[in-house]
Design a protein around this ligand. Structure first.
Ligand SMILES: *Cc1c(COP(=O)(O)O)cnc(C)c1O
Length: 359
């Protein structure tokens, strides 16, 4: 058997997705856009009590009807418009599987969340990329042009965008929703930090789908994402979904999140405050150019070699994301907004690394 004769060329050609491998000296983890606050002890105890009631010998509730109901209330939509997933990554995969074949592939802006492209390719979809304009907003003319010629089945957009942190303009998104023959997936992984959402547009457009996740809100370990969209789409996606995609522990954690949603919302507010401080601190450093952010991370370009900055920060146990990719993202990095101490350690280390490089 020759493995490479059996595996699709697109998969063979790919590098594996580089999920971070942390070195032993890790002190500050600002590379994955997680919530910096871990669950407080009294709350953790309550969650563990609820988990102790799980029947470990039984399958989880199939299709998670309880979560559909609870999160429909949380998002302010009808019960049959919500579908939970094993992280929103799973929902992206389901969309790519279900919408494959009839028309023509997946359209994404560039730069965008890298998983759209990886998942689309792995599920056998063609991928089309359209660069963002100079303000990191959508280039509507170019996107509508591609849509008119290629008829993509899915357009993926993040609101706010990752890794740039900005919100695309609504008019541009609506123009794309109106023009596309397929579905437009608006990924709101970071919307809580922006104070904005396109959920109300679901009433207006039946080809709009919105993704949410608890991963950036304090529950990354539990892998919980939600798709919100018209019920006819969800009926079809439910056929593609694996029967028990949300395990019993994650179901308990999701309900717990709803019960304590105010505590989680308070943490979001605190992160937003820290974001503004971190932005100002970065702006004060010579040779660092941060972009305003509506998410829980900040995108910045460096006058210096960001590979060196990354290596030196890592050596100090401080992890950020190095996005260095010429021409557009040459020497660009992304830092997650952490708590007070984490942000201070990061800024201190960054200053000292830069003064070494500049010297
Ligand atoms: C983190 C992230 C996701 C993945 O979320 P999971 O629910 O953890 O799978 C999806 N979209 C964007 C834009 C993200 O940044």
């Amino acid at each position: 058997m020759v493995i490479k004769d059996l595996i699709a060329k697109e998969i063979l050609e790919q590098n594996s997705y580089a999920a971070p491998v942390y070195t032993k000296n890790i002190r500050v983890r600002l590379d994955a856009n997680e919530n910096p606050f871990s669950l407080q002890e009294p709350l953790k105890k309550k969650l563990l009590e609820q988990i102790s009631k799980v029947n470990f010998n039984r399958y989880p509730e199939a299709g998670s009807p309880g979560l559909r109901e609870g999160f429909a209330g949380y998002f302010g939509v009808d019960r049959d418009m919500v579908m939970p997933g094993n992280g929103s990554d799973e929902l992206i995969q389901l969309l790519c599987l279900a919408f494959k074949g009839k028309i023509n592939g997946v359209l994404v802006p560039d730069p965008a969340f890298v998983m759209y492209k990886i998942i689309a390719v792995n599920t056998g979809n063609k991928v089309m990329e359209v660069p963002l304009d100079d303000n990191f907003d959508l280039d509507t003319d170019a996107m509508l042009g591609k849509i008119g010629i290629n008829y993509p089945a899915i357009v993926f957009l993040s609101y706010p965008n990752s890794p740039t942190g900005n919100l695309f303009s609504r008019e541009k998104i609506e123009a794309i929703i109106k023009k596309t023959p397929g579905v437009v997936v608006v990924d709101e992984a970071y919307a809580a930090f922006s104070g904005d959402t396109l959920v109300p547009l679901l009433k207006k457009y039946d080809n709009l789908i919105i993704l949410k996740t608890l991963s950036k809100l304090g529950m990354a370990s539990m892998r919980l994402g939600f798709l919100i969209g018209n019920k006819d789409i969800i009926t079809q996606l439910d056929k593609v979904r694996l029967p028990y995609n949300i395990n019993s522990l994650s179901q308990v954690a999701a309900n717990f999140f709803l019960d304590y949603s105010t505590e989680f919302a308070n943490q979001v507010n605190e992160v937003v405050k820290r974001r503004e401080e971190l932005y100002l601190a970065l702006k004060e450093i010579n040779g660092i150019n941060p972009y305003p952010s509506r998410a829980n991370f900040i995108y910045f370009s460096c006058f210096f070699d960001s590979d060196r900055i990354y290596q030196n920060l890592t050596a100090e146990g401080i992890f950020v994301k190095n996005l260095n990719k010429p021409p557009r993202m040459a020497n660009c990095m992304r830092v997650t907004v952490g708590n007070l101490e984490e942000n201070a350690s990061f800024i201190k280390a960054l200053k000292s690394v830069i003064s070494e490089l500049g010297a």
